[in-house]
Design a protein around this ligand. Sequence first.
Ligand SMILES: Cc1cc2nc3c(=O)[nH]c(=O)nc-3n(C[C@H](O)[C@H](O)[C@H](O)COP(=O)(O)OP(=O)(O)OC[C@H]3O[C@@H](n4cnc5c(N)ncnc54)[C@H](O)[C@@H]3O)c2cc1C
Length: 214
Amino acid sequence: MSGIVIIGAGEAGTRAAFALREAEYGGAIAMVGTEPNMPYERPPLSKPLDGAVQMKAICTAEALDAAGIEYFPGRSVSRIDPHERRVVLSDGQALAYDKLLLATGARPRQLCCPGAERALDFRTFSDASTIFSRVESARTVAIIGGGLIGMELAAVLRGKGVAVNIIEAASRPLGRAVPARFAQSLHARHVEEGAGGLRRTPGFPFSSKPIATG
Ligand SMILES: Cc1cc2nc3c(=O)[nH]c(=O)nc-3n(C[C@H](O)[C@H](O)[C@H](O)COP(=O)(O)OP(=O)(O)OC[C@H]3O[C@@H](n4cnc5c(N)ncnc54)[C@H](O)[C@@H]3O)c2cc1C
């Protein structure tokens, strides 16, 4: 029996795999994830403890084994063949499926301006480790994007004494995340703490590449 293949081993993919077992699904479950780690939660990445990036695993290898979930870390699905009902992984391995679940999440929009190749993304454990190790020697950091993650990072960096400038394309930060009044008071608090106000850059050059991975 070919069972279910889950593409993406983030919070959604992993919780779905266990939920299937809780719902007494008896077929095979295979889960493929691009990252090399055991599935982990992203929220702790922006909340380092004593300067250390936290890795909070969603489950252990033993729990996956016990639930009969086959995990393929460090590999991407590079092709879906719906006629043959199979996916092909980046290492060439093919997995057959009856049902396919796409849980590929999101990724940061890529900048396409000169110097963009030097900007760091903040999405994965590896990104967080790179960012927090580099800021050890940084005096000033520019954060592009004043959403929840950008503003949270600004607060953490200010706590480390790093000067921070936040660059945001919209007229105010946190516009998509919280109501306007709350956004204003959070912004004011950041300014009070010394995060370099808000620099508005309408039309900041993002690439038009799709956000979702595939
Ligand atoms: C730094 C940070 C802090 C956050 N803080 C909070 C918070 O405080 N509160 C909150 O509610 N939310 C927070 N979030 C958001 C939350 O983490 C996301 O909503 C959640 O991770 C979404 O889970 P997901 O499984 O849908 O997607 P993702 O976590 O993006 O997982 C998708 C996975 O699929 C993999 N994938 C993609 N394409 C393929 C492919 N072709 N083949 C195989 N694998 C593939 C990706 O590599 C990824 O590992 C934060 C996010 C970040 C980055």
